[in-house]
Design a protein around this ligand. Structure first.
Ligand code: AHR
Length: 495
């Protein structure tokens, strides 16, 4: 059977918010330290302490927004320990992540510099679990108040005259778990209280994000929306793709088995169900869809690489991760009326990372390449797409093999992204570009694929998995016939 895709080029479905391509970097393992921050005295080339190779790689992704400092770390982080002369900053134990010493050398000023260099919006997550209302309020004052005030004066004394622009602020993280083990009713009350003092100074207008549900905890969403919806701009949701069991064994990132591949895809596709159900609850209180569903932690979570610190969450990244990223983006696009931002966990050396580092070496992961290929969708107009896909079957279970999304940019160029999650069979796809008035013979493509289910990049062979030019399609009038190899991500450009 041939897969049928209909793209109604003249039926526009809103904008694909660029923030859907957001990131998350936590003080966890080697994400911040080593992965991003090496310090000004490092032999690794750096800009004010931020390593240049990683910076350049990330700049190429057009990262729109970066979440920091956690995660679980956020609810133990006391921002005042991370400003002022670095050698005088307080040292603490990072109890959540490996029990290592955190020297606080990467703090507010360093994070804001990173965002300036990446030209992205900062998204700061405040401490509700172990912090005070005053501490949170003063952090916002420190960052965003221009003029005279105790915190603004302190910022200036620490070398930054102008306030920063800060759009996104999260009021706690996973407050049902590492952020305080709270009941939703209790957190909803704390959210109402803490957010009161997250002030807008001058022209800075903060988009406030309430800590949201874990996976399918629909009651959490119901209670937060019922008790506080008018006080929030966004409500978060966390869902990781874990092929195994979180506590009993998540599975190896490099597992070559077809079963592991299949169950990973099945769990990745579950994101669609979660968004639909949480959105239905949100619709009840916010039918106009003012409040964004902010999926500020998502991605694969495997067992750590053998021999690495279990608290560092370091895992390899294969073509399987690339497909997980691709199908997630298709799901996020589908829900662009409610999903306003997402943040993959995490940017460097942790979980489903974009780049991995080892000393001065760096490699780009297959996931990186999907973010790079899909960046054409950022802030583009979503087009109406219908996909009739073949099924992908294993041991009697069925999944749709092909997913797709299409968008049109400001100059009228159309980009079509396609994923074939089938690990062993190619898919032939017929694309009907209905209403396309241009010269559809001008089609170019790029593909990311691999021969083996666990193919990945290493420091010795960093280009095993990388995008190449794709020409396996024919064009007749407004119809494209494309052959997608097994395990492939394709982006077509139609002009
Ligand atoms: O991303 C790793 C951790 O996963 C985060 O710190 C936490 O919020 C989540 O449980």
């Amino acid at each position: 059977m041939t897969n049928q895709i209909i793209i109604n080029v003249d039926v526009e479905k809103g904008t694909i918010n660029k923030d859907i391509y957001g990131h998350f970097a936590e003080h966890l393992g080697r994400c911040i330290y080593e992965g991003i921050w090496v310090g000004e005295d490092s032999t690794i080339p750096n800009t004010n302490g931020i390593r240049n190779d990683v910076l350049q790689a990330l700049k190429n992704l057009n990262i729109p927004v970066l979440r920091w400092p956690g995660g679980c770390f956020a609810d133990e982080y006391h921002w005042k320990d991370g400003v002022g002369p670095r050698e005088q900053r307080k040292r603490m134990v990072n109890t959540h992540w490996g029990g290592v010493i955190e020297n606080n050398h990467f703090g507010t000023h360093e994070f804001m510099l990173l965002c300036e260099l990446l030209e992205c919006e900062p998204y700061i997550c405040g401490n509700v679990g172990s912090g005070t209302v005053q501490e949170m309020s003063e952090w916002v004052e420190y960052m965003t108040l221009n003029g005279e005030s105790p915190m603004a004066d302190w910022r200036k004394a620490n070398g930054r005259e102008e306030a920063w622009d800060l759009k996104y602020f999260g009021v706690g993280n996973e407050n049902w778990g590492c952020g305080g083990n709270m009941r939703p009713e209790y957190y909803a009350d704390l959210y109402r209280r803490y957010q009161t003092y997250v002030r807008n100074y001058g022209k800075n207008k903060i988009y406030k994000i309430a800590g949201g549900a874990n996976v399918d905890d629909y009651n959490w969403t119901e209670v937060l929306m019922r008790e506080a919806h008018w006080l929030m701009d966004g409500l978060s949701l966390h869902y990781y793709t874990i092929p195994g069991d979180f506590w009993l064994g998540k599975g190896s990132a490099l597992d070559p088995r077809a079963e592991e591949w299949f169950v990973t895809m099945k769990k990745a596709l579950h994101m669609d169900v979660l968004i639909s159900k949480h959105s239905t609850i949100m619709d009840k209180y916010d039918p106009a869809k003012r409040i964004g569903l902010i999926i500020d932690e998502w991605g694969t979570w495997f067992d750590v690489e053998p021999g690495t610190n279990p608290g560092f969450l370091y895992q390899q990244n294969t073509i399987r991760d690339a497909l997980v990223a691709g199908v997630h983006f298709h799901i996020f696009h589908k829900h662009n009326d409610r999903v306003q931002m997402t943040n993959i966990a995490q940017t460097v050396n942790v979980l489903q990372a974009m780049v991995l580092t080892e000393g001065e070496k760096m490699l780009l992961t297959p996931t990186y390449h999907v973010f790079e290929m899909f960046k054409v969708h950022q802030d583009a107009t979503k087009l109406d797409v219908t996909v009739n896909s073949d099924t992908y079957e294993l041991n009697g279970e069925k999944l749709p093999a092909v997913s797709a999304s299409a968008s049109k940019n400001a100059s009228g160029t159309i980009h079509i992204s396609l994923c074939n999650i089938n690990h062993e069979a190619a898919s032939s796809v017929n694309i009907d570009l209905r209403g396309f008035a241009g010269d559809s013979t001008k089609v170019t493509g790029r593909i990311l694929t691999a021969e083996k289910t666990n193919e990945h990049n290493t420091f010795e062979q960093p280009d095993n998995v990388k995008p190449v030019s794709f020409e396996n399609f024919t064009v007749t009038n407004n119809e494209l016939t494309v052959t997608l190899p097994p395990m492939s991500v394709v982006v077509l450009t139609v002009e």
